[in-house]
Ligand binder design. Structure first.
Ligand SMILES: [Zn+2]
Ligand SMILES: [Zn+2]
Ligand SMILES: [Zn+2]
Length: 220
């Protein structure tokens, strides 16, 4: 391994991590993210109450977790941003569509007798993001606006770049402070299908009462 400054910093961090008493729990969290390159760090607590009696059944807080956070996969669909999560999404999508066509994963085989419709549902906008569009084989400017407005944080809502398809800014907000991360994360249709017999394929898995503190999500 070359002895660059970055690597020296990483090696020091790894040695410190290995020697920490909570290393096993940290390693378990990392394993559960499935190799995610940029795990989201959730911070918060969840209380489970018995609805009939109001009795507290279970309490979970991230305070007892390594660094006070619970690491969950970023679940991006973009392989350039996180190959592991993109692959999970790709495989899950395949199984969802397959189950919808021929049954399985909790869907009865009688589904084959149903009409098949491929419906595209577009989620509402949560704020302007960097995009890449092509027209006539030419890449168009991201957000070219003649009279671009300025957001309350002083950022011009325009971007004249013609982004490369691997540009890491693709999908990122023009203004991270304006972007509604909470609504975006709550409405992200992430399939729980594999290993879950739920007949409803799209279920939001975001812990509602946990606040997110990573750079990937600023929900509070
Ligand atoms: Zn990821
Ligand atoms: Zn852009
Ligand atoms: Zn803004």
């Amino acid at each position: 391994m070359p002895a660059t400054h970055d690597n020296a910093h990483a090696i020091t961090g790894m040695i410190k991590r290995l020697n920490r008493p909570d290393y096993d729990r940290w390693a378990s969290q990392i394993r559960h993210t499935g190799g995610c390159r940029q795990p989201i760090h959730l911070r918060g607590k969840v209380d489970h109450y018995d609805q009939a009696t109001g009795k507290l059944l279970h309490r979970y807080t991230t305070r007892s977790e390594p660094d006070g956070v619970l690491r969950v996969p970023c679940k991006t669909r973009r392989a350039t941003r996180c190959p592991a999560c993109a692959e999970t999404y790709r495989a899950d999508t395949y199984h969802l569509i397959r189950a919808g066509l021929i049954g399985g994963k909790g869907v009865p085989e009688t589904v084959t007798g149903h009409p098949t419709l491929f419906v595209t549902l577009t989620a509402p906008s949560f704020g302007a993001v960097h995009t890449r569009r092509e027209h006539g084989g030419k890449v168009q400017p991201c957000h070219a606006r003649r009279n671009a407005t300025t957001c309350p944080h002083g950022r011009a809502m325009t971007c004249t770049e013609r982004h490369h398809k691997d540009d890491p800014r693709l999908g990122e907000p023009l203004c991270p402070d304006c972007y509604d991360y909470t609504a975006a994360s709550c409405s992200t249709p992430w399939p729980r299908c594999c290993g879950n017999a739920s007949p409803t394929p799209y279920v939001a898995t975001w812990p509602n009462s946990a606040a997110c503190s990573s750079r990937s999500c600023a929900a509070t």
